[in-house]
Design a protein around this ligand. Structure first.
Ligand code: HEC
Ligand code: HEC
Length: 369
């Protein structure tokens, strides 16, 4: 597995601490009863009902609201959107960020692992670009600290977009006349604004607004929600089972690193974060993924080896918590996870028209021997 991108600056959450949290958060069998019942939704004259959120659920999650683009970011967002969909940033001019992170498809390609510009298969599953801005760091192993650092990786990754070096990427963008004014508008203080750093920064700024408000958000906000009673029950089961030892906060994950196979060993060739830190204790440690839109972003796990959400839930319970879930609990958790599927921001992600190539824009490259 090739590692690109700069070294992360975040510290690893320690495993013993995580276990302690697990036990504190309901990892034991004698979980206390929830203090509020979601069974009695207040009937409303029109639309779906408003249902009370149990305190245990309220305490562990937060809604994420769609945000309006800040005035300062407007030109960068327009540029970043253009670059996100730019095929000429790949060697074969056949791939953009959107090839593997399809924004009209919850930010994924639904493949176990993705093929690059030259048809080489990557080693890990493509995670969604939605809500990535909320993660403690980027990639399954956290090797990029920010979205802008992250965006520098795939363009030059030989099994992804496969551009040979930064200078080539910059030359390609400079050769497309339409980009000049867009970079000047986005970086007005820079006399020579088309740089690799700015390409990455603009893409990262565009990604910072990728949110999909969901029925779960509406529920947490005390608004009418289409969440079913089973899904609301599932939120409590998710907490009581101990899933929230790792998947918590506004993104239901993305906030820490944990070992895959914490309680019961999990067979995988990928050493995970150990590749970044060279620390044996980080073997099979991965960033805990966000579960927003999870029902739509399969197949699952870092290698995309788990096809169904039911299996992912069962494996998590077994390997992370040492538990076997009843069919009712699995079904409730699944209904809860389905309520995390949000609304795709169709206007925000609308692909712009491609800019015309200039006289110097190179032809697609061929794979080197
Ligand atoms: C060939 C498919 C492919 C292309 C093209 C691609 N990516 Fe990715 N992307 C991946 C894979 C695979 C990973 C996970 C790799 C890893 O963790 O080691 C990833 C990780 C990410 C992440 C981290 C998300 C997370 O949860 O950690 C972001 C953000 C991202 N890509 C954005 C982009 C952007 C922006 C571009 C365009 C500049 C891009 N990707 C191009 C496949 C691709
Ligand atoms: C000890 C921490 C921990 C606990 C507890 C935990 N998870 Fe996870 N979860 C992870 C990690 C780490 C991964 C990434 C696995 C990998 O690298 O393949 C993950 C992945 C997942 C995935 C797949 C995400 C994806 O994008 O492929 C789902 C679904 C999931 N967890 C649900 C659950 C559920 C449901 C529970 C409770 C039954 C749970 N998890 C408990 C740490 C945890």
């Amino acid at each position: 597995m090739r590692t690109l991108g700069s070294a992360p600056v975040v510290r690893l959450a320690s495993i013993p601490l995580a276990l302690a949290t697990l036990l504190a958060c309901g990892g034991s069998e004698s979980t206390p009863e929830p203090t509020a019942t979601p069974e009695a939704p207040t009937a409303k004259a029109e639309g779906p009902a408003v249902a009370e959120v149990p305190p245990a659920v309220k305490a562990l999650f937060k809604p994420v609201a769609a945000k309006a683009v800040a005035a300062d970011d407007a030109a960068k967002v327009t540029l970043g959107r253009q670059l996100y969909y730019e095929d000429r940033l790949s060697a074969g001019q056949n791939q953009s960020c959107n090839t593997c992170h399809q924004l009209d498809n919850y930010g994924v390609d639904n493949l176990p692992t993705s093929k690059g510009s030259f048809e080489d298969l990557g080693a890990r599953n493509s995670p969604t670009a939605y809500y990535a801005f909320g993660h403690v760091a980027q990639f399954w192993d956290g090797r990029a600290a920010t979205l802008a650092d992250q965006a520098k990786g795939p363009i030059l990754n030989p099994v992804e977009m496969a551009i040979p070096d930064e200078a080539t990427a910059v030359a390609i963008i400079k050769s497309i006349p339409g980009y000049g004014p867009m970079f000047a508008a986005a970086y007005p203080d820079d006399p020579d604004p088309i740089t690799y750093d700015h390409i990455a920064d603009a893409i990262g700024t565009f990604e910072a607004y990728l949110v999909t408000p969901s029925p779960f958000d509406a529920w947490l906000e005390g608004k009418p929600t289409t969440m079913s009673a089973e899904a609301r029950k599932g939120a409590e089961v998710f907490v009581q089972t101990g899933c929230t030892a790792c998947h918590l906060g506004p993104f239901l994950g993305g906030s820490m690193y944990q070992k895959l196979g914490l309680v019961e060993a999990y067979e995988t060739a990928d050493v995970g974060r150990m590749e970044v830190t060279a620390n044996e204790a980080d073997k099979h440690v991965f960033k805990v993924p966000s579960l927003r839109n999870i029902a739509k972003t399969g197949p699952y796990f870092h290698d995309g080896s788990i096809a169904s959400l039911d299996d992912a839930i069962a494996l998590m319970a077994k390997h992370q918590l040492g538990k076997t879930l009843s069919p009712e609990d699995t079904s409730a958790i699944k209904a809860f996870l389905e309520s995390l599927t949000g609304e795709i921001p169709a206007d925000y992600i609308k692909p712009p028209e491609a800019l015309a190539s200039g006289d110097d824009t190179p032809a697609p490259m061929k794979k080197k021997g």
